[in-house]
Design a protein around this ligand. Sequence first.
Ligand SMILES: NC(=O)c1ccc[n+]([C@@H]2O[C@H](COP(=O)([O-])OP(=O)(O)OC[C@H]3O[C@@H](n4cnc5c(N)ncnc54)[C@H](O)[C@@H]3O)[C@@H](O)[C@H]2O)c1
Length: 356
Amino acid sequence: MKKLGHVAVLGTGVIGASWAALFLAAGKRVVVHDPDNRSMDRLNAFVARVWPDLRELDIFSSRTPGKIEFGGSAVEAVEGADFIQESVPEKLEVKHRLYAEIEPYLGQETVLASSASGLMLSELQEAWTDPSRIVLGHPFNPPHLIPLVEVFGNERTGKGVVEATETFYASIGKTTIRLRREVPGHIANRMQAAIWREAIHLAREGVASVEDIDRAISAGPGLRWAVMGPTTLFHLAGGEGGIGEFCNRYGPSFQRWWKDLGNPEFDDETKRIVVEGLQAARNPNAIEELADERDRKLLATLSERRVTRIQVRCGPRNHPHRILHDGTANPMLLHPPEHPAATPPKLAKLKMRALL
Ligand SMILES: NC(=O)c1ccc[n+]([C@@H]2O[C@H](COP(=O)([O-])OP(=O)(O)OC[C@H]3O[C@@H](n4cnc5c(N)ncnc54)[C@H](O)[C@@H]3O)[C@@H](O)[C@H]2O)c1
């Protein structure tokens, strides 16, 4: 596959700005378009603010911030692009209009990945004459720090397009998972939705404050979920019998709790409880400060994950190329023929120094 050095970002709101910053930090030529006339100032300010964080990432390539190019139209932005990350509003008609506008100007091999959180690929494909080049590339906010990208292609997707997308994301430090079939909200958002539904139910029922319900996650299972998924964690909670024993011991309890979980409506009362509950706990105007606090803690967690995984899996003396830059084992070395997404690893600069 050819090197994807020229990336276009369509839409530079919450998600597009973060993608653009990451692509720039990874040394890509980045051309963006957003019709909002404040977008240029906002994007430049955003990149300047997160640049110190991006410097901590092992994919950082020594370019200075401020080199993002602004296309006067979507067509201008995508001209000559190898890869397009579309992050325009989550409205089917907006995405469709944009696709129809740019499709005639795309190169033969250009791939467009949509950040769509809930819209499904089959819906996005409706606007394309040739839908073989559009895939789902759903990130998690903020994409410049959170490794996960959910990737999906279907029977209308071109051969090798999903693999090329995964390889590209891996090369900029992302961890991809692949959906086998489409469902609204993909995977991670459905899991978030399940948790948030119960959080709202508990708040509506007066079981605890919004602040304490948030804390129940951030001081509890959320810490574990940052390092292992829920099923693996329950495997560890089953004693020597592992997950099988856990299911025997606690399956009936889960069954009872599942029956009791809430199913709140998102009505005005729910909105009032959520908004007032958050306002009681946090200064609602301090969005940027809160985002900075989140990013500091995320960076610390990401660094710690890398060090721990390297120590656990390799030991400090092992060859570093056994580990990819997101801290996971290099699948090329584990299963050479089957894993298309593996790329030559580049290690976390700063953390390896402490280990060697
Ligand atoms: N916010 C999240 O947490 C999150 C997380 C993952 C994925 N997403 C997905 O990312 C996409 C963008 O979401 P967001 O939260 O960044 O929205 P946003 O409203 O913050 O940003 C959308 C941007 O797109 C611009 N835009 C509108 N029409 C355009 C066009 N024709 N061409 C180029 N730009 C255009 C708008 O001016 C705006 O700046 C959505 O599909 C959403 O589902 C959002």
